[in-house]
Design a protein around this ligand. Structure first.
Ligand code: CAA
Length: 282
């Protein structure tokens, strides 16, 4: 099916990166969020990133030309009307996501794929908001989407095989390495592993066996991680880690409840984006 209109709902860390991938792949992209300044910021981040990729020869097309395919709008109607492929990347809150899907259901083209970038919420639950649950699928990207190759393609109970195939092909078209996750379990595949790593790292710190810096140094120098465990949380957003962990816990994934995450979340110290998290960013 020809994709004439590609929509990304949510222009934060993940949404702007997913929109960038779709722009690079040649699509006309409608990026939607609730405020003009969020969209302006997202456009600046995409522009910066495209320039970096171009300097390194990772993209051949002129960044300005790529950026000209981006349409910013605070109107959900404008973003979703007759769209052929939609990826939702809003806050990790089931009610907010369901509202987005309900709206998308009423506006998107008949054959559109409605994908969620959720890290933890069941696709089956999100799909209850629409009359075409067979078209709803998980497409879980990793931060930053333009540099992280992996994308999980998650099947909800009612997702059709055709939708899985189209989401997988889209993952390829966006230059990623998609993997199929056929069980809609909390945290899918990657976060079930990542959150165990978080748990044990947190326990080490809370029991006074090591401090944050020691855990991060061990992860990098002993285990060969590209980033320390706590630095990664600051980078991806402490709020994301906290909300994803909470959602997984509420759905039966027995995690160690890391007090530091909750404390930082409640103090609005969310990592790089607020200037303070496990580390400080002057
Ligand atoms: N676009 C283009 N270029 C970018 C970029 C972007 N968005 N972000 C960084 N870069 C560039 C930098 O400018 C830098 O370029 P130079 O080498 O020319 O200076 C280069 O990429 C490397 O960046 P850094 O020097 O800042 O750092 P790095 O070498 O550590 O690489 C990284 C950055 C690729 C993010 C790497 O640290 C990494 O892989 N980290 C782990 C990320 C990860 O695990 N993400 C998943 C998080 S979990 C999640 O997202 C999902 C969830 O459900 C919670």
């Amino acid at each position: 099916m020809e994709i004439r209109k590609f929509t990304v709902v949510g222009a934060g860390s993940m949404g702007h990166g997913i929109a960038e991938l779709a722009l690079i792949a040649g699509y006309d992209v409608w990026l939607n969020d609730v405020a003009e300044n969020i969209l302006k910021n997202a456009k600046e981040r995409i522009g910066w990133s495209l320039k970096r990729l171009s300097e390194k020869g990772s993209i051949k097309e002129d960044p300005e030309k790529i950026l000209s395919r981006l349409h910013l709008t605070v109107s959900q109607e404008e973003a979703m009307k007759d769209t052929d492929f939609l990826i939702e990347a809003v806050i990790e809150d089931i009610n907010v996501k369901k509202k987005v899907f309900e709206k998308a259901d009423s506006l998107a083209s008949k054959d559109a794929i409605l994908a969620s970038n959720t890290s933890s919420l069941p696709i089956t639950e999100i799909a209850t908001a629409v009359k075409r649950p067979e078209r709803v699928v998980g497409m879980h990207f990793f931060n930053p989407p333009v540099l992280m190759q992996l994308v999980e393609i998650i099947k909800g109970e009612k997702t059709s095989e055709e939708t899985m195939k189209r989401a997988y092909e889209m993952g390829k078209k966006l230059g990623r390495d998609p993997i199929l996750v056929k069980k809609d379990v909390p945290g899918f595949l990657v976060n079930r592993i990542l959150f165990r790593v978080n748990d044990i790292s947190c326990l080490l710190v809370e029991k006074g066996k090591a401090d944050v810096l020691e855990v991060d140094a061990s992860a990098i120098y002993e285990l060969g991680f590209p980033m320390g465990v706590f630095l990664l949380q600051d980078y991806a957003g402490v709020d994301v880690a906290y909300l994803v962990g909470k959602a997984m816990g509420e759905r039966g994934f027995k995690a160690y409840e890391c007090k530091a995450f909750e404390q930082l979340y409640k103090a609005k110290n969310l990592g790089v984006k607020t200037g303070k998290g496990f580390y400080s960013y002057p």
